[in-house]
Design a protein around this ligand. Structure first.
Ligand code: PMP
Ligand code: GLN
Length: 381
């Protein structure tokens, strides 16, 4: 029997490939985006405590009430928006599930969806599985700003949705107020939906304002806003995230969520609710925490032959290696991992049509000693 593939053009994600190669090669892994340091001991013991108390059965389908309330309170604190915990917030099994469900909720066969390359790799397959077409708009180095006139020109009668991601993985670009207003205008004028992937929302550097689709009332009325506790609390393996959307959209979102996963890991929901309630300073301190890591990593690389690109947010740093090698970025990342024991992510894999640049992504969500050891190897190239 031969199964007809629904995603014939795809292989295994670059994150799995590079992390596996890093393990095989015993290389320092600055490829896949995850911290190599421990989460708060308070969070870890809360998880153990809730599990020991017996909170190990299915959570309610939309998430436990205490977590929904804390998410609503967080949005109120960060963006001054009041959302209904019960009707507008759904806890999901990571942002990945939220994105997949939101895309499935909106996209029908024949619909076009605008995405910005380099695009996080889960968007296009989810669009394709729902019979839609991804319309790719390429952002380019060094700033990766969106040209909103180009976006307007790409909108057709079939366009249903725009997916945005600010702070942006992999480039570190952060939307300005102007970007959000331009997006809002297009969404309203063309009657579109928006998915706003904000998993790095609390990592905005250099005193820039932390802005979200939550700040723009008319945009928020047409948006599914997605975030991830994996990023915010250094627990990517817990796969806990959420989606905020107006009640009518949330009803449809939950119809799919209930059959994709039904509900998410129960004791972690209680533990995260406690963190948000009792230790919200950790969220507030995240930007300074990662800005310091960005600054020490860039200082450590100052004498290397890499050219570092601007990084306004996220925990990723782009680097141009054209002074070091003529290899393409995929070959360069493999060579770097095998020969110099540092793993990174090539940028071209996030493009439909990759530009002729030689740029790779490093994750700096690492202990100082890890960044130091990596930089030592990178400075020798
Ligand atoms: N969106 C972006 C831009 C990401 O970088 C990631 C990776 N964390 C996700 C979504 C998925 O998040 P999660 O691990 O919570 O599924
Ligand atoms: N978001 C992470 C990154 O960009 C990886 C997530 C994953 O491995 N699927 O590196």
């Amino acid at each position: 029997m031969t199964l007809k593939s629904k995603l014939p053009q795809l292989g295994t994600t670059i994150f799995s490939q590079m992390s596996q190669l890093a393990v095989e090669q015993q290389a320092i892994n600055l490829s896949q985006g995850f911290p190599d340091f421990a989460a708060s001991p308070v969070l870890i013991s809360a998880l153990a405590d809730y599990s020991a108390q017996g909170l190990n059965q299915y959570a309610p389908m939309p998430g436990i009430a205490a977590l929904g309330e804390q998410i609503a309170a967080l949005i109120q604190r960060c963006y001054g928006r009041s959302v209904g915990a019960q009707q507008e917030v759904t806890v999901t099994s990571g942002a990945t599930e939220a994105l997949f469900v939101a895309i499935s909720t909106i996209v029908s066969p024949g619909d076009e969806v605008i995405i910005f390359d380099p695009a996080y790799d889960s968007y296009a397959p989810a669009i394709q599985l729902n019979g839609g077409t991804a319309v790719h708009i390429a952002l380019t180095a060094p700033d990766y700003r969106v040209d909103w006139q180009q976006v307007a020109a790409a909108i057709t009668a079939r366009t249903k949705l725009i997916i945005v991601n600010s702070p942006h993985n992999p480039t570190g670009m952060v939307f300005s107020r102007h970007d959000w207003l331009a997006l809002q205008q297009l969404v309203l004028v063309h009657n579109l939906y928006c998915i706003s992937d904000e998993v790095y929302e609390h990592m905005v550097f250099d005193g820039a304002p932390q802005l979200s689709a939550n700040n723009f009332a008319e945009l928020a009325q047409r948006s599914f806003i997605v975030s991830s506790f994996g990023k915010t609390f250094h627990v990517t393996g817990w796969k806990l995230g959420y989606c905020v959307a107006p009640a009518t959209l949330t009803v449809e979102f939950r119809k799919i969520h209930q059959y994709v996963t039904f509900s998410s890991f129960t004791p972690a929901q209680y533990a995260i609710a406690d963190m948000l309630k009792l230790h919200s300073g950790q969220v507030q301190g995240l930007a300074a925490f990662y800005q310091q890591k960005r600054d020490s990593f860039t200082t450590l690389l100052a004498n290397s032959r890499f050219t570092l690109l601007p990084c306004q947010g996220t925990y990723f740093q782009l680097a141009d290696y054209s002074a070091i090698s003529d290899l393409d970025d995929v070959a360069f990342c493999r060579w770097l991992t095998i020969e110099h024991k540092v793993a990174a992510i090539p940028l071209s894999v996030f493009y439909q049509t990759a530009p002729q640049s030689r740029i790779i992504r490093f994750c700096f969500a690492k202990q100082h000693s890890t960044l130091q050891a990596a930089a030592e190897a990178l400075c020798q190239l």
